[in-house]
Ligand binder design. Structure first.
Ligand code: NAD
Length: 460
């Protein structure tokens, strides 16, 4: 254990250093290095980005769309490399990494069309036109859990709107970003899309620099720092922040369907998903059956490195995050929660599939985002109790209820940007949106795409 910890320490990246090394969290081997963009280098980078933006914005929307489609077609040549790097850098199993890379590339043509339609000028009344103008330079700051998809969701509408973009990817996944941006840049005009590599120091310098907008996906804590640092320049913000999503299982629920969802949603991406199920409130009258079936299903999951077949839970991304998870589990058991499945062997870098019951509001597992393969269960006696606990959180990203017809009325009372009945959130042609401190602004759909533009009303 001590030896493992020592090796794992290598994956904590401290600034200031001139290069950033990326490590495979499964093997703790170095995969590669990138040069860090220092705060001293940021002003020149923004100047070149602003210059490039002017010629980019001078192109028509259709011309930009054609270039973006061509660039994403070119990205297909490195699709397998991208998938492998996603797995290597953050530990996701290779099949899921392949979906992430494939989806990003294959959906590009569809999304550029949706964005183009959203950003086309609209006549609203006789002679009055709404135009969607570029904002200028947009900083996209992205997380590691879906390192390609999360960056892409924000980059594409920003570029299509005629902005230039500086991407600051997570320090956990710099190589995915490097390959993504370098490949696109074989097609894009110079400096329209640039990279700023590094940790929070690079991010802070970028936020404070002469940019016009910050499109951020990441934790609530970082979102608050960014908002404070963006305030002096009143920079435009889109904030896609963390979640602590509740799931309510009513007595009227199809228990097998609820069990399937509870386990799959808690364990997806090793639980490292913004809308993973974090807290489950189950009606006490069906709780024994529900828990028994959850344990049976959860025990079939296999933990291991991304390249091993049949592994469906990869490593935890870094030592700090592993430490946070162990602290939450120990806090819960100390306060009376019971482990139904799992182990107190918390050897790095894994967390075994865990099912824990008897969660109460004073436990960290209930209060904060866990980001781990943990099914955390509480029993309720009345549905009002369950709704109160589900809503008693500063987070408000997703919320799910499983039940019969009576579930619809419960869904109406849940405080989240995305609420779903008997299914996961985010279905349909709808924006991805958080409520409360899970953020503001959103991506997807015309309303989402238009956030990357300045509306100009012209009446002639
Ligand atoms: P994080 O907040 O630690 O880091 C995100 C990015 O912000 C990284 O690039 C990081 O270097 C940068 N950063 C950190 N401090 C900064 C600062 N002060 N100024 C500027 N940049 C700074 O998040 P993470 O651990 O990379 O990602 C996991 C979090 O992201 C979870 O909370 C998850 O729920 C959330 N997330 C949300 C969504 C969504 O759609 N709402 C999607 C994916 C992930």
């Amino acid at each position: 254990m001590a030896n493992t910890t020592h090796l794992y320490l290598q994956s904590t990246r401290k600034s200031p250093i001139s290069t950033l090394t990326s490590y495979d969290p499964s093997t703790r081997e170095a995969i590669g290095t990138v040069a860090i963009t220092t705060s001293e280098q940021i002003p020149a980078l923004i100047t070149s980005s602003r210059k490039a933006q002017q010629s980019w914005a001078a192109l028509s929307l259709t011309q930009r769309q054609q270039i973006v489609i061509q660039a994403y077609q070119h990205l297909a040549s490195v699709q397998d490399q991208l998938a492998k790097l996603i797995s290597q850098e953050m530990g996701k199993d290779y099949q899921r990494a392949t979906y992430e890379a494939g989806g990003t590339i294959q959906n590009a043509a569809y999304f550029t069309q949706e964005i183009a339609e959203a950003l086309s000028s609209k006549t609203v009344d006789r002679g009055t036109e709404l135009q969607y103008r570029p904002l200028g330079v947009v900083a996209v700051i992205s997380p590691w859990n879906y390192p390609l998809a999360m960056a892409n969701n924000l980059i594409m509408p920003a570029l299509m709107a005629g902005n230039s973009v500086v991407l600051k990817p997570s320090e956990e996944t710099p190589l995915v970003a490097e390959l993504f941006v370098n490949t696109l840049n074989q097609i894009f005009p110079e400096n329209v899309l640039q990279l700023a590599q590094g940790d929070k120091h690079t991010g802070q310098a970028l936020v404070s620099s002469d940019i016009n907008m910050i499109a951020f996906t990441g934790s609530m804590a970082t979102g608050k720092h960014i908002m404070a640092n963006a305030a002096p320049g009143l920079k435009r913000l889109v904030m896609e922040l963390g979640g602590n999503d509740p799931m309510i299982v009513m007595a009227s629920a199809n228990i097998d369907a609820a069990v399937q969802f509870a386990v799959a949603s808690s364990f997806e991406n090793a639980g490292q998903m913004c809308t993973s199920t974090e807290r489950i409130y189950v009606d006490a009258s069906i709780a024994d059956e529900f828990e028994g079936k959850v344990v049976a299903l959860a025990s079939r999951y296999k933990v291991g490195p991304w390249h091993q077949t049949q592994v469906n839970i990869g490593p935890i991304v870094n030592q700090q995050q592993h430490h946070n998870i162990v602290a939450q589990l120990q806090d819960a058991t100390l306060k009376g929660a019971r482990l139904l499945l799992g182990s107190d062997d918390y050897s790095l870098p894994y967390i075994q599939p865990t099912v824990i019951t008897g969660i109460t509001p004073d436990m960290l597992l209930e209060q904060v985002e866990t980001f781990a393969p943990v099914v955390a269960i509480s029993r309720f006696e009345s549905i009002d109790q369950a709704i109160t606990r589900a809503n008693d959180s500063p987070y408000g990203l997703g919320a799910v209820v499983f039940g019969g017809q009576d579930a619809n009325a419960v869904a109406e009372q849940l405080e989240a940007g995305m609420v779903a009945v008997n299914q996961g959130v985010g279905g349909g042609n709808a924006p991805w949106v958080g409520a409360k401190q899970s953020g503001f602004g959103f991506h997807g759909t015309a309303a989402g795409h238009r956030q990357f533009a300045q509306v100009r009303v012209i009446s002639k």
